[in-house]
Write a protein that binds this ligand. Structure first.
Ligand code: ATP
Ligand code: MG
Length: 331
C-alpha cells in the first residue's frame, strides 16, 4: 500500500506522528509519502495545496490526514474542500461508539451509530458571492449526488441493523425534497427500513436517545454539525474518527480540527486519529491488524492511559508510544 501522510497544522503535527508510530509497529508493507499541506504552507509559500500535491495524493492508495487550519480569509481556498472535490470522495463516514472507561453524557453506553454525510455538495458547494451588503452561498443537491450517498448508506445499513434515518429540512429548504425522495426510493428498493426526521428535532432526539439510531444519512452541513455534537455522547471531540470514501480514493482523518488553542503542548488526544487509522486498516482489508489495534486502545483506556481531555495525565506521544508497544507484544 502507498499511503500519503499529511500532518497539516496545529495538533495535526502531534496526533499524526502518534498514529504513524502505531502503524509502524505493525511492520506492514506500506510506503509512506509525506505531503505538506495547509495554512502553514500557505503562509510560507502562498499556496495551501498545489496541483502537484493533488497529483501526489492521487498516486497513493489512501491518505492519513491530521488537521488543517482554515482562516476566514476569502482568498484562502479550503484544503479539505479542494481534496474532497478533486478526489471525489463523496461519502463521509463518522462512526459514533462509546469507548471503554470513557464517560459521555449518558450512563447508558449501548449505542453505536454511524453518520453518513454527503461530502461534495449541499451548503459546502463552494459557489458563493461575497459582497458588502449581500453574501450568498448556493446550496446544491443533485440527483446523482443524493443517489450515490443513499446507495452507500443503504449498503452500510444492510450490513448492520438495516435501519436508516434520513435527516433533512425539506419543509423549509425545498432543495432537500430531492435528497429525501432519492434516499427514500433507494431505501425502499434495497429493502432497508427507513424513516426521516427534520434536522432540528432530530438533533434533540439524537443527543437524548442515541440508542434509537443505527445508520443516519444526511447532507453536508447537517452531518458536520451533528457529528461534532455527537462527540458529547462518547466523551469528546478527541475521540471521533472519520473516513472519506469515493469510488477511487479514501481518506482518513479525525473529525476534530487543528485546535490551535492546545497546539504545540503535546496534550491533544490522539485517539480520534488512531481510530481513523483503524478505519483505514479495515478499509484496506487488514482486519486482524484492526482488531489488535482496537484491543490495544481498549487496554490503554482501561489502564487509565489517556490525555488530559479525558482526565488523564499522559501526553499525546506517550499514548501513541504505549499503544505501539502493546501492539509489538501482540505480533
Ligand atoms: P479548526 O478551525 O481547525 O476546526 P477549531 O478551533 O474549530 O479549529 P477544533 O479542532 O474543531 O478547533 O476543536 C474544538 C475544541 O475541541 C477546541 O477547544 C480543542 O481544544 C478541542 N479539541 C479538538 N480536538 C481535540 C483533541 N484531539 N484533543 C483534545 N481536545 C481537542
Ligand atoms: Mg472546528
Amino acid at each position: 500500500m502507498k499511503l500519503a501522510v499529511v500532518e497539516g497544522d496545529g495538533i495535526g503535527k502531534e496526533v499524526i506522528p502518534a498514529a504513524v508510530e502505531i502503524l509502524d509497529a505493525f511492520e506492514m508493507d506500506i510506503e509512506k509519502v509525506p505531503v505538506e499541506l495547509g495554512y502553514g504552507k500557505w503562509e510560507r509559500t502562498g499556496s495551501a495545496i498545489t496541483d502537484e500535491d493533488i497529483e501526489t495524493l492521487k498516486e497513493c492508495d489512501c491518505v492519513l490526514f491530521g488537521a488543517v487550519t482554515t482562516p476566514p480569509d476569502p482568498n484562502y481556498k479550503s484544503v479539505l474542500l479542494t481534496i474532497r472535490k478533486e478526489l471525489d470522495m463523496y461519502a463521509n463516514i463518522r462512526p459514533i461508539r462509546p469507548l471503554p472507561s470513557v464517560k459521555g453524557i449518558h450512563e447508558r453506553n449501548d449505542f453505536n451509530f454511524i453518520i453518513v454525510r454527503e461530502n461534495t455538495e449541499g451548503l459546502y458547494s463552494g459557489i458563493e458571492e461575497i459582497g458588502d451588503e449581500v453574501s450568498t452561498t448556493k446550496r446544491v443537491i443533485t440527483r446523482k449526488g443524493a443517489k450515490r450517498i443513499a446507495d452507500y448508506a443503504c449498503k452500510l445499513a444492510n450490513n448492520r441493523m438495516k435501519k436508516l434515518t434520513i435527516v433533512h429540512k425539506s419543509n423549509v429548504m425545498k432543495s432537500d425534497k430531492l435528497f429525501l425522495d432519492v434516499c427514500r426510493e433507494t431505501a425502499t428498493d434495497t429493502g432497508i427500513v427507513h424513516r426521516d426526521e427534520l434536522v432540528d428535532s432530530f438533533a434533540y432526539n439524537l443527543i437524548t436517545s442515541p440508542w434509537n439510531y443505527d445508520v443516519i444519512v444526511t447532507t453536508n452541513l447537517f452531518g458536520d454539525i451533528l457529528s461534532d455534537m455527537s462527540g458529547a455522547l462518547v466523551g469528546g471531540l478527541g475521540l471521533l474518527p472519520s473516513a472519506n470514501i469515493g469510488d477511487k480514493y479514501a481518506f482518513f482523518e479525525p473529525v476534530h480540527g487543528s485546535a490551535p488553542d492546545i497546539a504545540g503542548q503535546n496534550k491533544a488526544n490522539p485517539l480520534a486519529t488512531i481510530l481513523s487509522l483503524k478505519m483505514l486498516l479495515e478499509w484496506h482489508g487488514d482486519i486482524a491488524e484492526a482488531a489488535i489495534l482496537e484491543e490495544a486502545i481498549d487496554s490503554a483506556l482501561n489502564m487509565g492511559i489517556c490525555t488530559p481531555d479525558l482526565g488523564g495525565k499522559y501526553t499525546t506521544s506517550e499514548v501513541g508510544n504505549i499503544i505501539a508497544k502493546y501492539i509489538r507484544t501482540r505480533l
